[in-house]
Ligand binder design. Structure first.
Ligand code: B1M
Length: 212
């Protein structure tokens, strides 16, 4: 990826310049750059830098919110540019950000990557109650349930999901995958999830492995 594009993407997200970010995305894709490469090499490092600046107190919440809005808009454009490869046989995934958690940029990227790899994805959105996740997984008869948690205070919902699936007697019907910045393989093992995925590409690999 051209370092100029990477730097421009970073600046557009950090300075929450919506129009610049959207123009850059559309023009870069029109120039033939793979949309997923643009996401992985330019925009994900950009939002991660925003997170670091916020963590160090060099950006404040209103700026973080605006940078996140830019990221969401860019993700939508990238999603639209991806070919629809949905193939029932590849597998059906239900995905949600857990209750009490509104972070959905990472989940959106995971959804893009799953779609681009042929999976059929039911995205329930963010701040989704554990009961809803179980109910919809049964309704849609999915193969895999994936949950995203970005806060140490909400990752416990991933354990609640394992408990509720057992309580409802449907744990064996599904494979579960957990992800999100504070989530680790140790956490996945501890709560009894079937897999942990570090990022969107890893989610594709882990889900493929589970379904094989
Ligand atoms: Co918030 N936030 N935030 N935030 N925010 C974090 C997570 C935080 C680490 C920032 C910090 O303090 N340094 C911190 C959490 C601390 C903690 O719990 N230990 C934090 C906080 C404290 C908060 C608030 C409490 C702030 C406040 O109000 N005082 C508040 C909470 C709101 C709530 O949820 N109830 C809050 C709010 C927000 C915004 C709304 C402003 C915005 C979110 C907007 C949105 O998502 N629509 C936001 C953002 C943007 C962040 C940071 C800066 C960036 C998150 C992000 O999008 N990263 C974040 C700092 C950070 O993570 N460095 C932070 C980019 C994204 C590509 O990565 O989401 O990790 P990530 O997803 C990756 C992988 O984790 C993985 O793949 C993705 C792609 O590679 N993955 C999966 C994720 N889900 C997966 C699921 C899978 C598989 C892989 O399978 C199912």
């Amino acid at each position: 990826m051209d370092t100029k594009i990477v730097e421009e993407a970073k600046q557009a997200v950090i300075k929450h310049e919506m129009d610049k970010a959207l123009d850059l995305t559309k023009n870069t894709i029109a120039d033939g750059v793979n949309p997923l490469e643009l996401m992985n090499d330019a925009f994900i490092p950009a939002i991660n830098e925003v997170g670091d600046l916020f963590g160090r107190g060099q950006l404040f919440l209103p700026e973080l919110v605006q940078a996140a809005d830019v990221m969401k808009a860019v993700t939508a454009v990238i999603n639209e540019a991806l070919p629809d490869k949905a193939d029932e046989k590849a597998g059906t995934i239900l995905i949600a950000t857990v209750k009490g958690d509104v972070h959905d940029i990472g989940k959106g990227i995971v959804v893009s990557m799953l779609n681009a790899n042929g999976f059929t994805v039911h995205d329930l959105g963010r701040d989704v109650a554990t009961e809803t996740i179980v109910e919809k997984a049964v309704d849609f008869d999915v193969d895999v349930i994936g949950t995203s948690a970005l806060l140490t205070t909400t990752m416990g919902c991933q354990k609640d999901l394992e408990d509720l699936l057992k309580k409802e007697g449907v744990r064996d019907k599904f494979r579960t995958v957990v992800g999100g910045a504070p989530v680790t393989v140790r956490w996945a093992d501890k709560i009894g999830a079937d897999a942990y995925a570090e990022d969107a590409q890893d989610a594709v690999v882990k889900i493929r492995t589970l379904l094989n």
